[in-house]
Design a protein around this ligand. Structure first.
Ligand code: ATP
Length: 320
């Protein structure tokens, strides 16, 4: 299952992505964490970096080439489109599979396998924007045949920037991290309205809740979309300052309330029905809209015609 953490800058996306990934890994579940945030701090939040991996964003061409495999339907023209249109993939991947892409691109931090998109750089301004780096993650997820009990956890970039790439359509569940503030919940409203168009399931996770009034505020603003909340945590602060032991066992000393919140998140993921068709349809819808906008704005070419809406993910034979 694919899970995204989104929200306002500073709300705690990275902290929760790290805690949730460690919680899953601690139970022995296969989990891959991906840092898709412009501010790349997930490795740090996970704990000690045991093995670094090259940023995915710098290898988009290479990744496309690998995923293309031998499928002649992928043309070189597509290399010019930042994200391969959904439905044209030839090679399906198993999470953390024994293949070249995982061997090269998966590092390890705090006991958790980790992929990173790479830092935002000056060269990302203009034509080659940061979203092409996110495009590498989208491409990866578009080819991933993950099953129940396997987890991919993505720390997304802040606020509305997350919508600029089709990546946001690729998740089973999107956890929106909201502090109990007006700004925190305004990002929720923005995300909810946008996500609704693409049938995306959002569950709000309150964070840094300090008192009963904070919780009431969140309930009032978010209603039934509030799935769980984490309280203001001295453990998180101490971990950030390097005052706690690293490793997965360290989670045992996280406040019981916050540990319980992580189990609620996991239950929500585990009980969510996987719907390949929905995942695919919304990704196609996003890319069709985007491709039409691109065609109008830039070349006038019909990029939308290159997207194959009839392809069913997982319906093509594995050719790895
Ligand atoms: N429950 C919590 N209790 C105490 N501190 C917290 C909690 N959650 C997050 N923090 C702290 O809040 C700060 C911001 O958290 P974090 O970096 O996870 O946010 P972010 O949304 O990923 O930020 P950015 O958008 O900048 O990447 C960090 O200093 C983190 O340690």
């Amino acid at each position: 299952m694919r899970v995204a953490f989104v929200g306002k800058g500073g709300s705690g996306k990275t902290t929760l992505s790290a805690l949730f990934s460690r919680h899953l890994a601690r139970s022995g579940a296969p989990v891959l964490a991906i840092d898709g945030d412009i501010n790349q701090h997930l490795a740090e939040a996970l704990g000690e970096e045991e093995k670094s991996a090259p940023p995915l964003g710098e290898r988009l061409g290479e990744i496309k080439e690998f995923l293309r495999g031998t499928n002649p339907r992928i043309t070189s023209r597509e290399a010019m489109i930042k994200t391969t249109p959904p439905g044209r993939g030839s090679r399906l991947l198993r999470p953390l599979g024994d293949d070249e892409l995982h061997a090269r691109h998966v590092g390890r931090a705090g006991g958790v396998p980790l992929m990173v998109t790479g830092e935002f750089e000056e060269s990302d301004l203009g034509v080659a924007c940061y979203h092409s780096k996110l495009g590498a993650v989208e491409l990866y997820l578009g080819h991933l045949a993950d099953g129940p009990g396997e987890y991919v956890v993505v720390d997304m970039t802040a606020g509305a920037d997350a919508f600029a790439s089709g990546l946001f359509t690729r998740f089973d569940i999107t956890f929106l991290v909201a502090e109990p503030t007006r700004k925190g919940v305004s990002v929720y409203r923005q995300y909810r309205d946008h996500a609704e168009q693409f049938g995306i399931r959002i569950a709000v996770v309150g964070n840094k809740v300090a008192c009963e009034d904070d919780l009431l505020f969140l309930k009032e603003q978010v209603g039934d979309d509030l799935l769980a909340h984490l309280v203001q945590s001295p453990w998180v602060r101490a971990a950030e300052q390097g005052r706690t032991e690293g490793g997965l066992d360290a989670l045992d000393s996280l406040e019981p309330h916050n540990r319980h919140a992580l189990t609620i998140l996991r239950d929500a993921v585990d009980s969510h029905p996987r719907d390949w068709d929905r995942l695919h349809r919304h990704a196609v819808e996003f890319h069709l809209r985007n491709a039409r906008a691109w065609a109008d704005a830039r070349t006038g070419e019909d990029l939308a015609a290159q997207i194959d809406p009839d392809y069913v993910p997982g319906g093509t034979p594995l050719n790895t």
